[in-house]
Design a protein around this ligand. Structure first.
Ligand SMILES: [Zn+2]
Length: 214
């Protein structure tokens, strides 16, 4: 066989891709041809060298892969910290609690027939919300929440009101229908430290109330 054809086959021969018949022909030729043997030897050397190069490159890449992992870890930690901050933030600003009467100033105000009790925070950084937990009997829980500096800057007072038609008649909160007072109706105001019971009829002119008129 011609040297040229043998050399064309040598790369496949090295990779073990040639047929048995080709192998025999190649080996037979190599025994007699020093030129082609040299050619095969140099191909082998090149192959070994390139395999070593790949090994070296893999070794060089390893620190980069480690750096990659560190970046991912940092991203995961950042995400976790963000979630925790958000949860803490939400908890701090969304949490409500029943407030101490000391932290609230209650004022009575009447405009037309509408009587309004205002629960004004007597302390910085809190909102007051007068939460009506029931009507009949009327129960109001005085709750506080931290002022969120990023939230809306609406008023910080809580309110609770009655609409009087005359001194013996109020309008029902739900239906708006006139409701005759028997004199027994009581508004219960719950603070953390105490509960105040206010006769609804007394709210008409505000006399005898613990609260200062506005
Ligand atoms: Zn040859």
């Amino acid at each position: 066989m011609k040297c040229e054809i043998i050399r064309d086959l040598l790369p496949n021969y090295l990779d073990g891709l040639t047929s048995q018949a080709s192998n025999e022909a190649i080996e037979e030729h190599l025994e007699t041809c020093a030129e082609c043997r040299r050619c095969l030897d140099s191909m082998r050397e090149e192959l070994v060298l390139s395999e070593e190069k790949i090994k070296v490159r893999k070794k060089e890449l390893r620190p980069f892969r480690k750096a990659h992992r560190a970046v991912w870890r940092a991203a995961a930690v950042t995400a976790l910290v963000c979630v925790l901050l958000w949860a803490g933030y939400t908890y701090y600003f969304e949490r409500t609690w029943t407030v101490d009467s000391e932290d609230v100033k209650v004022t009575w105000e009447k405009s037309g027939g509408v009587v309004t009790l205002s629960f004004q925070p007597d302390r910085e950084g809190i909102y007051i919300n007068a939460v009506r937990t029931s009507h009949n009997p009327d129960v109001v829980e005085v709750k506080a929440r931290h002022v969120n500096p990023l939230g809306d800057k609406h008023h910080r007072n809580g309110y609770c009101g009655y609409t009087f038609v005359d001194e013996d008649t109020i309008l029902d909160e739900g239906t708006g229908a006139p409701l005759q007072l028997t004199g027994e109706e009581v508004l219960t105001v719950k603070f953390e430290d105490k509960t105040e019971k206010i006769p609804v009829a007394a709210l008409y002119d505000g006399t005898g109330l613990n609260f200062s008129p506005k």
